[in-house]
Design a binder for this molecule. Structure first.
Ligand code: GSH
Length: 225
């Protein structure tokens, strides 16, 4: 299949766009790199696929589109009703559970102008609850659905990769008590697709003079902007 490059709209520090880059890398479909007109929600990522003239935002919808359109071999998903439904279930859990709770935990620790310990604690506890659900699921399984990696395992990685920022702890202790989530995470970040995504991300963060938490270099709190 000869395909034109899909354009991905992103802001490099945020974790969500990297789910899309990761899946594109896995499918080997990434080839190249203005915004409210594209996504009325004003958030990234969004994609424009010139092969189908489709403009799409919300990572859950994007990942499902990518596998439907480009994963002919069903490398990262399943065709069977049970597994396909479970892929959708875990994906919806990621975008509605992991993304918002991890996002709010980070917001109240890094970007919020006031220190609000009760809000920080609330979202840290929710983040832990979410990856506790993953830990339970992975107790006797290597992957969330079926017996191989799918888009849902990949979808949880970009946020788990910055879990230390979410929990406000050290990188080495972020998975303490959650060995199965740790093992799954480490196996995915060792894949060439993640290494490639993280290299692109590092380059863009540097070019835009940002720090990894999204703040400009030299600025530690939003009030200093
Ligand atoms: N539910 C959306 C969340 C997207 C999202 O929150 N993206 C962040 C970057 S990780 C963003 O655009 N933040 C900028 C802002 O909120 O202004 C998805 O999964 O695509």
């Amino acid at each position: 299949m000869s395909t034109k490059p899909i354009r991905v709209w992103l802001a490099p520090p945020g974790p969500n766009p990297w789910k899309v880059i990761l899946v594109l890398e896995e499918l080997q479909e990434i080839k190249a790199k203005p915004f409210i007109d594209i996504n009325p929600n004003g958030r990234v990522p969004a994609i424009e696929d010139p092969n189908t003239s489709l403009v799409l935002w919300e990572t859950g919808a994007i990942l499902l589109y990518l596998v439907k359109q480009y994963d002919v071999a069903k490398k990262l998903t399943y065709e069977a009703m049970q597994e396909k439904s479970h892929v959708k279930q875990w994906l919806v859990f990621q975008v509605s559970g992991q993304g918002p709770y991890y996002g709010q935990a980070s917001w109240f620790q890094v970007l919020h102008s006031e220190r609000l310990p009760s809000a920080v604690n609330r979202y840290i506890e929710e983040a832990k609850r979410v990856y506790g659900v993953l830990e339970k699921r992975l107790t006797d399984k290597e992957w969330l659905v079926g017996d191989r990696v799918t888009i849902v395992d990949l979808a949880f990685v970009s946020w788990n990769d910055q879990l230390e920022g979410v929990l406000g702890c050290g990188a080495e202790t972020k998975f303490d008590g959650f060995p199965r989530v740790k093992a799954s995470h480490e196996s995915i970040i060792a894949r060439p697709s993640w290494k490639k995504a993280i290299d692109i991300r590092a380059k863009l963060i540097d070019e835009q003079s940002l720090r990894w938490n999204g703040m400009p270099k030299g600025i530690s709190n939003i009030e200093a902007l």
